[in-house]
Design a protein around this ligand. Structure first.
Ligand SMILES: *Cc1c(COP(=O)(O)O)cnc(C)c1O
Length: 253
């Protein structure tokens, strides 16, 4: 994949997000784009970050001229594997991207992740939350975390069961050192859009329940990380605040 292709594809995805927000009656900056960089060469990730800065600068100029709408936030970067995060992050540090960890995390890898990630989206058990909290206590600011929920119940998918998700969220919210910023899921692997949408609605209902419950530490828990290359429009229509996109920007892995 050439850098120009990455640039074009990123612009196209930005456009898809913008149009999906418009169709859903949501503000153009209501959804943040996370680029899932797993198995992608460093050059492609760098090209995407640079292209994003250019696109946003152009968008800001346009918004200034029209005295119009908000411009979406810079892209986030997401990594699934600790090893890849540790390898890539230092080499992109000059661009200061915000890394989110979006893969399964073993307790013994927590320190490596905390060196680079601003948010761990994949907290699916109280033990991991406790370990993160203990290590994050030494950081200057709390670590952002999301609770990952397996809304579809597919056995191959990570995430806490929906029935245990609220309790886990409240556990996380009460931990010092962590800031609960919302909920994450990988949508059902189904050709039936209604099945996928039902999972997204379940995540949103859980989010609403936790946030309106008003327990300590839940005030910032309004994020919904859901939707990928093939279904980001659906996820945005159902309330996503972060969509995680890999192949649509970088091509196949
Ligand atoms: C790879 C990955 C994505 C992106 O998937 P695409 O289909 O390539 O857009 C999103 N979320 C997670 C957790 C991933 O591992």
């Amino acid at each position: 994949m050439e850098d120009d292709d990455v640039r074009e594809r990123l612009a196209a995805v930005r456009d898809r997000v913008r149009r999906a927000c418009e169709a859903a009656g949501r503000a153009p900056d209501a959804v943040t784009l996370l680029l899932a960089s797993k198995a992608q060469p460093l050059a492609a990730v760098r090209a995407a970050l640079e292209a994003d800065a250019d696109l946003r600068a152009a968008g800001l100029r346009a918004a200034g001229l029209r005295a119009a709408g908000p411009v979406p936030a810079p892209v986030l970067l997401g990594e699934n594997r600790v090893q890849e995060l540790v390898a890539k992050a230092p080499l992109l540090a000059d661009l200061d991207p915000a890394w989110h960890f979006i893969g399964p995390l073993q307790s013994n890898k927590v320190n490596a992740v905390l060196r680079f990630a601003r948010c761990v989206q994949t907290v699916a058990a109280p033990e991991l939350a406790d370990r993160l909290a203990a290590r994050a206590a030494g950081l200057p600011a709390p670590l952002d975390v999301m609770v990952q929920v397996n809304v579809s119940g597919e056995p191959t998918k990570s995430g806490v069961a929906p029935s245990a998700a609220r309790a886990l969220a409240l556990h996380v919210a009460a931990l010092p050192g962590l800031r609960l910023t919302g909920f994450m899921t990988v949508g059902a692997n189904s050709p039936d859009e209604r099945v996928v949408a039902a999972g997204y609605d379940a995540l949103r209902a859980l989010r609403d329940e936790v946030v309106t419950g008003g327990a300590p530490g839940t005030a910032a828990a309004d994020g919904l990380s859901m939707g990928m290359s093939r279904d980001l429009e659906l996820a945005i229509a159902h309330g996503a605040t972060v969509v995680r996109v890999g192949t649509a920007v970088f091509g196949s892995r």
